[in-house]
Structures are given as structure tokens and as C-alpha cells.
Ligand binder design. Structure first.
Ligand SMILES: Cc1cc2nc3c(=O)[nH]c(=O)nc-3n(C[C@H](O)[C@H](O)[C@H](O)COP(=O)(O)OP(=O)(O)OC[C@H]3O[C@@H](n4cnc5c(N)ncnc54)[C@H](O)[C@@H]3O)c2cc1C
Length: 454
């Protein structure tokens, strides 16, 4: 009998957690494992703001997929652009733009999320996200370019607009991004003696009344105070009304001259999920506590892309928040359930109590809430960095990150602009490939007539 084929889509926290568990637990003759991924690395997203600010090199948080003792997965380099759960086919666009049909017996959907946008004039054209390695590298270059151009300019208005920066989103991604990049521009000042420090201004805005509400009121206020003391202007209850190339208008009527709009106001499930035509909960695929899709054979979904019931919370209708700690653990549990299905054993529900949150605000500043204990300052920073460091999957990545941290602590940053992407389009669509997916009609046509994968 042919071995069943397990197709995992997405090499993030959930997908890689699943694949590694499958490799370790399944015998070679029990199943074939394939992984569809556009990149050959797993991105350690929580440290992305530190790449943007130059504390870490991009390579240090891009963990090789092929570095594993039990490695035996067939990697399909490309992105899934549609899934037909009746035909049990996943349509893949390879990195050479070839479109192939990958059949499967079991599919594990872990394509994560993309930046959530709203119908705000100019937003998708002018905002930059913080979800991919390319976006972080682009932002770093872009911010340094603003310093270089302001330094070279004799036009006061231009200097002022290049030295103002707007971050929308007071969750941990936006707050860490604003904090780390503000430190970058402050640290850069001694290399740009012509720049007036008073002109450099960071705005962090959020429509919510509080920064990072998941931290609780006191710790959220501590984070707010740290940033305000550093000169970051925080505006709560405010969003943006429109964006243009050289200015942003806030909903309270203020017009801020700026060339930098960083948009981190939440995430939404990958557009791949919509191609299934199944029930969703705020865009995330509605799955059972076992992470299976009701009414579809052999379909599992998890991580940011799926609304996995949060059994540990014990509230009716609660779903797990989109965090790395859930995604990683769901990956392992989903693998166990795929194995159980292959071995005709009962599936187990996912249950995990949240361990808390760590927020690195750069330098010695941090706030953390491990197991409900509120920490600030150096201790919080030690917990934040210790947690991330131990969660990195490979020893090589651990060594790279630690070396980068030590190097940055003793030698500070270099403000080098690589220029790799300076002439390329830089919209959210370009970076996050949100227009790559098939419509229901295109999917049917492709499944019926498409070329099978190997
Ligand atoms: C800046 C930032 C900071 C964060 N900080 C924290 C934190 O401190 N703590 C925490 O718990 N969480 C944090 N998060 C959230 C956390 O990173 C996510 O919840 C987590 O990555 C979700 O895991 P995932 O596997 O579902 O998705 P991801 O890790 O995003 O992985 C999805 C993978 O699928 C790939 N993919 C996408 N589309 C396709 C497709 N169509 N076909 C094939 N592959 C595809 C992507 O390239 C990616 O490799 C942070 C997120 C950001 C952006």
C-alpha cells in the first residue's frame, strides 16, 4: 500500500513545530512528509523589531529548515494559493512561478497571518508592515535613508518631514518596533552632527485607550512612561484618517509631515484560508479543539490562520490569541493528531495555559509578565531575552543571536544602508504577496486541469 502523504503548508512556528514532531515520531515507512514554503527558513518573528533597528542581523533570526538531525521532509519551494478539500488538492505557485497541484492525504494548514489593513485612503500604498524579514530590512534602510537625506538637505521643511516617524498599533509588535527604531535614531545622532535632535520625533498611535492591554493597566502604563520619557509621543484613541507620500492625517485632525508610516495595527489570517470556502471566525478558519476542519477529511489548521478553541480559558467561544507560544505548541499537538489518525487512534484536543508576555523596549528597558508576575527594567529585560533565546530552535541561531547582542552592547550600531531595495516597490502587497491567491473559479479550473506536483 502507498504511504499516506502529509502536506504541511507554512514554515512558521506552527508548521515547523509540526514537521519536526512528525519527523521524530513517524517511521519512514509510515508516511511521506512535504512542506510547502516560499522561504528556506523559519522566521523568529518576535525578534523582528531588533532586525529593523540593527541590534540583530537578518540572518540571525532566519532559522534554516534543513538543519535538523531527523531531517527528511521534502521541501516544496513556493506558496500555496488555493486548497480544494473535496479533491484533496493544494495548488502551489513555485518560486519560479510554475503552478502545480499537490495532492495530499492529510494537510496541515499553518500559513500564519498578514498585516490587517482598513479602507483608509492612501494606506496600502504608503504604509509599511512589520511581518516579514524583507519588511524589517526595508524599514531599517528606509529610516537610515531619512537620516542621510535630512542630513544632506538644506530645505527645512524636508528635514522636518524626514525626521518624523509614525507607528500605528500599540500592541507588542508596534510598541517594540517604535521603541527599537526610536533608539536607533537617537543612537545615530552622534554620527549625524548636522541634525537637530529636536527635529527627530516618533509618534506611536492606537485607537485603543491603552498600550498592550494584554499586559494589564499598571504594566501597560509603565511601558508608556518609558517611551514618553524617551520622547516618543503616544496618542491613544487615535488612528489615521488618510496617508500620503509626505504626510499623514490623524483622526483627531493633526497633520504630521512624514515619509515613514509603519502600520502594525493587527493581523488577519492568510488569504489562503478564504480559498477553502469554509466557516471562519474573524477570518481565521473555524476548527475543532483537535484542530481538524469539520466536514473535511484530513484537514488540520492552526497558528494565526486558525481559530483554535482556547479550552484553558474555559469561556464559551474563546479562541487562542495569535501568538508564537500557542502556534508552536499547536504544531506539536497537530502532528500528534495526524499520527493518531494514521494509526487509527483517537485525536486529542489542544489545551495550553498562556505563560505570559515579554516586551523588549530596547537597551535596558523592558516589561514582562511571566506567569502573571509583573516585572520591569533589567529583570524584565533578562526574562524577555532569556525567553526568546531559549525558544530559538537551533544552537547556531542561539549563538548568532547571543553574539549579535554582545557585539551591539559593546560596539553599538553601525548606521549602514544597504540599498538593496531602494528602487523596488515597497507596498504591503509587494512584501506580503496578498494578491497571489486564486478565486473559487480559478481554483476549480486549476484542480481540474492543472499539472500534478512531483
Ligand atoms: C513584530 C512581531 C512581534 C511579535 N512578538 C511576539 C511575542 O513577543 N510573543 C509571541 O508569542 N508572539 C509574538 N508575535 C506573534 C507571533 O510571531 C505569531 O503569532 C506567530 O508567528 C504565529 O505562528 P504561525 O506559525 O501561525 O505563523 P508564522 O510564524 O507567521 O508562519 C507562517 C509561515 O507561513 C508562510 N506562508 C505564508 N503564506 C503561505 C502560503 N500561502 N503558502 C506557504 N507558506 C506560506 C510564511 O512565509 C511563514 O513562514 C509577534 C509578531 C510580530 C509580527
Amino acid at each position: 500500500m502507498a504511504r499516506p502523504k502529509i502536506l504541511v503548508v507554512g514554515a512558521g512556528f506552527a508548521g515547523v513545530g509540526c514537521v519536526r514532531r512528525l519527523e521524530r515520531t513517524l517511521g519512514r515507512d509510515e508516511a511521506d512528509i512535504c512542506l510547502v514554503t516560499p522561504f528556506s527558513y523559519q522566521l523568529y518573528l518576535p525578534l523582528l523589531p531588533q532586525v529593523a533597528s540593527g541590534i540583530l542581523s537578518p540572518q540571525s533570526i532566519a532559522l534554516s529548515l534543513r538543519r535538523s538531525k531527523k531531517y527528511r521532509t521534502r521541501i516544496i519551494p513556493g506558496g500555496a494559493i488555493g486548497v480544494d478539500t473535496k479533491a484533496k488538492v493544494c495548488v502551489v505557485r513555485t518560486i519560479t512561478d510554475e503552478i502545480v497541484n499537490e495532492s495530499y492525504d492529510h494537510i496541515v494548514l499553518a500559513p500564519g497571518s498578514i498585516t490587517r489593513t482598513f479602507d483608509i485612503p492612501g494606506l496600502v500604498e504608503h504604509a509599511r508592515g512589520m511581518k516579514t524579514l524583507a519588511e524589517a530590512a526595508y524599514l531599517r534602510d528606509h529610516v537610515i535613508a531619512q537620516l542621510d537625506l535630512a542630513d544632506a538637505s538644506h530645505d527645512e521643511a524636508e528635514r522636518a518631514s524626514r525626521l518624523q516617524f509614525v507607528v500605528v498599533g500599540g500592541g507588542y509588535a508596534g510598541t517594540e518596533t517604535a521603541a527599537c527604531l526610536q533608539q536607533l535614531t537617537t543612537a545615530a545622532l552622534h554620527r549625524y552632527p548636522r541634525l537637530d535632535p529636536r527635529l527627530i520625533k516618533w509618534h506611536l498611535i492606537d485607537i485603543a485607550p491603552q498600550l498592550m492591554p494584554e499586559l494589564g493597566e499598571k504594566l501597560g502604563q509603565s511601558a508608556q512612561k518609558i517611551l514618553t520619557d524617551r520622547g516618543v509621543e503616544i496618542s491613544l484613541g487615535v488612528s489615521i484618517a488618510k496617508a500620503a507620500a509626505q504626510e499623514v492625517t490623524f483622526t483627531d485632525g493633526r497633520v504630521v509631515p512624514t515619509r515613514t508610516l509603519i502600520w502594525t495595527a493587527g493581523v488577519v489570517a492568510s488569504p489562503l484560508i478564504a480559498t477553502l470556502g469554509a466557516e471562519t471566525v474573524r477570518g481565521r478558519l473555524a476548527v475543532t479543539p483537535e484542530m481538524t476542519l469539520p466536514g473535511a477529511d484530513g484537514v488540520y489548521a492552526l497558528g494565526d490562520a486558525a481559530a483554535v478553541p482556547d479550552l484553558a480559558k474555559g469561556e464559551e467561544g474563546a479562541v487562542c490569541p495569535p501568538t508564537a507560544q500557542h502556534a508552536m505548541r499547536q504544531g506539536v499537538k497537530a502532528a500528534d493528531n495526524v499520527i493518531a489518525a494514521i494509526r487509527h487512534q483517537p485525536l486529542q484536543p489542544y489545551r495550553h495555559k498562556d505563560l505570559g508576555l515579554v516586551v523588549d523596549l530596547g537597551g535596558r528597558d523592558a516589561v514582562s509578565k511571566p506567569f502573571g508576575i509583573e516585572l520591569r527594567g533589567m529583570l524584565a529585560q533578562a526574562v524577555a531575552r532569556g525567553y526568546h533565546w531559549s525558544a530559538l530552535r537551533t544552537n547556531v541561531a542561539k549563538t548568532r543571536v547571543m553574539t549579535n547582542w554582545l557585539l551591539h552592547a559593546v560596539a553599538n550600531a553601525d548606521f549602514v544602508r544597504t540599498g538593496f531595495q531602494s528602487r523596488k516597490p515597497a507596498t504591503l502587497v509587494d512584501f506580503e504577496f496578498t494578491d497571489a491567491y486564486l478565486s473559487p473559479e480559478e481554483l476549480q479550473e486549476q484542480v481540474a486541469s492543472g499539472k500534478p506536483g512531483s
